[in-house]
Each structure stands twice: as C-alpha cells, then as structure tokens.
Design a protein around this ligand. Structure first.
Ligand code: AMP
Length: 371
C-alpha cells in the first residue's frame, strides 16, 4: 500500500503499518482472554470508528461473549462542542452484565465519559475500556483506560476504522496528516511594479520556485504551442487570458515541482477565481498562501518604466503605450480586488516599490521573514 494518500483535500502519510496494527490488536486480545476467562462479557462497540478493531478483537476472543453497539455524537459547530448525545443506544439492556467498551481512539475522553455515565445508569456489573489508539497528550479525564493497543501523539489520524469526513475507514494501516513547511508567496502589484526583478532575487535568497504565468505564456508563444496561440490573442491586447486556461497551466507548473520548498507566484492570481483555485491546489498539499507581498508604485511611474523596458524587452505589450495603459486599467478593474481577498485573511503586506532593486528587496525580506 502507498506511503502517501490523499483523502478529499488533504494528504496523509503512513504512520502505523498493517503489521503493527495487528500486533496491537493481538496484544489487547491476549489480555482480554486472560481477564475474562469463565465470564461472558458484552463487547459494546462505539460506532462508527471502532467497528474494524472490534471485529478483529472478537475473532481472537476465545470465550463466550455477546455483542452490542452504541453510537454517540458531539454537537459540532456550536459552543457546546464538548457535549455529546446518544444517537443509538445499546440493545438489549446491559443491566448486570460485564461490559467491554471498544473504542477506536481515545483523545479528549469526552466520548468515554458519556459512555461511562450511560453504563452507570444501566447498572452494569462491571465495565472496562479497550481502545486501539490512545492520545495521552490530549486525554483530560480521570477514568482509567484499561486496554490500550497503541499510544499515539496528538496528530490527526485516519485508517483502520478512523475517517476524515467519511473517507479512510477501510485502510488497513494508520495514516497521519502530513505537515507542511512550505513558504508560498504571492508577489503582487500592477504591471511594471518590479515583480519579475524581485522574484529573481527572492527565489535564490529563500530557495523557492518562481512561477511567472506571463513568462510561461511567452514561452508557449515563442514555441508556437496551442496554448501560446490562444494566449497571444489576449496578451497582445493587454487583456487577461481566461481563468480556466490560466488555472490549468498554473496547476501543471506547480505539479512539475513536487519537491519545492515553496513558490513565488508572480502574476498569479489575477482574479478571485484564480485565488480560490490556488487555495484549493495548495490545500491538497496541506499548505496555503503564506502571504501576499505587494509592490506599490504610482501609475505614471509604471507607464514610464514599461515604455523604458519595451525598448529592450522585445515584448509587444511593453512597446505600445495604449496596451500598457490597458494592462494597468485591467489590473485595477479585475486584479486589485485581490488585495481585499488576502486582507480578509490577514495576509496582505504592502511594500513601497520605488527605490533601488536592493532597497526594495530589503523591504520585501523584512515582511517575508515574519511570515
Ligand atoms: P505579465 O508578464 O505578468 O505582465 O503578464 C503578461 C500577460 O500575460 C498579461 O497581460 C495577461 O494577458 C497574461 N497573463 C499573465 N498572468 C495571467 C493570469 N494570472 N491570468 C490571466 N492572464 C494572465
């Protein structure tokens, strides 16, 4: 089985192998066989997560036993998230029985506490708690957990009955959420603000992969690809290439650099749809945009800079003042709103974009070092 898996939008890495899970189940079974010799306990399985552990456990249990099931749920999304209610009660009555509660995982202990209250109300003869996984760092309750398969740190885990939004229960190994240490910068600002120049310096300084959507389009135009021909019709007029085309291309560029420590996105996102697509893409790598760093430069300075650059850049869209002004207009009409998009997430950082290259790098670095 694979070492890394994706469930919905998140990646998980293998944490406990199938063999080690089996060892843990066996260990609990051996102890139960000793402790319940001559008794006929009821295994009370806590649904849904514990069903796999429970089914393996009872197959290894050598004495008579009965089965019962209980389902409890927390009131998620409310302030009483610690409060738990019964969705499905144990049948038939557990009164006077020796009960083995079977749990997949004990973390805060809220579920265990609820079940113990139920068992006391039912006047059981005795009860013990058996769990496959136990998180000592998260457990806050005074009740003894009698049988523990494995102790695990306080990570989010899936597999062997445990799920992430419904998926992962059928995995035979246990996986934990992959941590990300990536730095992903959105370098922002109007055309001519100096994004490309700064990206060249910053990518070396921070060991990041620089993706300039404008550069990728120009590469495609030069090589007369289908994408290039399509993009050219928009670029020559100073308009934006449609989102669907740009997003697909950006995704492919990111996937080409699977081992990157992080990215500098230059010229992307330029619309809200692109910003949302970027969030989804990075979430699939358990990461996100670390911050938007924006170079702020006056419009007239931009026009002069671009006309100057047009003398040597060979870019048709830099040579014509009308196209330049249209690019700046498109920036304010369609792209500038992204300032608000990232401001809402506390990720917008404006930097004065007028000065020498190294002065501006220093200003950007001061921001990046805090992200
Ligand atoms: P740039 O090199 O970033 O100034 O981009 C040059 C041109 O490429 C823009 O004027 C657009 O026509 C096109 N382009 C680059 N990035 C994007 C994007 N994220 N969305 C749509 N069009 C883009």
């Amino acid at each position: 089985m694979k070492n890394t898996i994706t469930l919905h939008d998140l990646s998980f890495e293998k944490f406990i192998t199938k063999t080690n899970v089996q060892h843990a189940v066996n260990g609990v079974a051996v102890r139960l066989n000793e402790d319940y010799r001559g008794k006929c306990p009821v295994f009370l399985t806590v649904l849904n997560g514990a069903f796999l552990f429970s089914s393996e456990l009872i197959k290894k249990f050598d004495h008579d036993c009965e089965l019962s099931f209980i389902k409890v749920a927390s009131y998620e999304g409310t302030q009483q998230s610690d409060e738990i209610h019964t969705v499905m009660g144990a049948e038939p009555s557990l009164k006077g029985r020796d009960v083995i509660v079977v749990e997949d995982i004990v973390d805060s202990g809220n579920t265990v506490e609820t079940i113990i209250k139920i068992l006391k109300d039912e006047e059981v003869a005795s009860f013990k708690i058996a769990t496959l996984l136990y998180k000592p760092e998260a457990y806050k309750k005074p009740y003894k957990i009698d049988y523990i398969g494995l102790e695990v740190p306080n990570d989010f885990v899936v597999g062997y009955g445990l799920d992430y939004n419904g998926l992962g229960r059928n995995l035979t190994s246990i996986y934990k959420l992959k941590e990300s240490t990536m730095t992903n910068l959105v370098l922002f600002g109007p055309p001519g603000a100096g994004k490309g120049t700064q990206a060249e310096v910053l990518k070396e300084k921070y060991n990041l992969v620089h993706i300039s959507t404008g550069d990728v389009f120009r590469y495609n135009i030069k090589n007369a690809t289908e994408l290039g021909t399509l993009a050219k019709s928009y670029i020559d007029k100073g308009q934006l290439v449609p989102d669907s085309v740009t997003i697909k291309m950006l995704n492919a560029e990111v996937e080409k650099n699977a081992d990157a420590k992080g990215f500098i996105f230059d010229g992307f996102p330029r619309t809200e749809a692109q910003a949302e697509a970027l969030a989804v893409l990075l979430a699939s790598k358990n990461t996100g945009v670390s911050g938007m760093v924006a170079l702020e430069v006056d419009d007239e300075v931009l026009v002069q800079r671009l006309l100057e650059r047009g003398k040597t850049s060979g870019r048709a869209d830099d040579a014509d003042e009308a196209v330049i002004r249209n690019r700046i207009k498109v920036y304010y009409a369609e792209t500038a709103i992204l300032k608000g998009f990232y401001e809402k997430q506390d990720k917008y950082h404006g930097v004065d974009g007028v000065g020498t290259v190294s002065e501006i790098t220093d200003r950007l670095s001061k921001v990046i070092d805090t992200l």
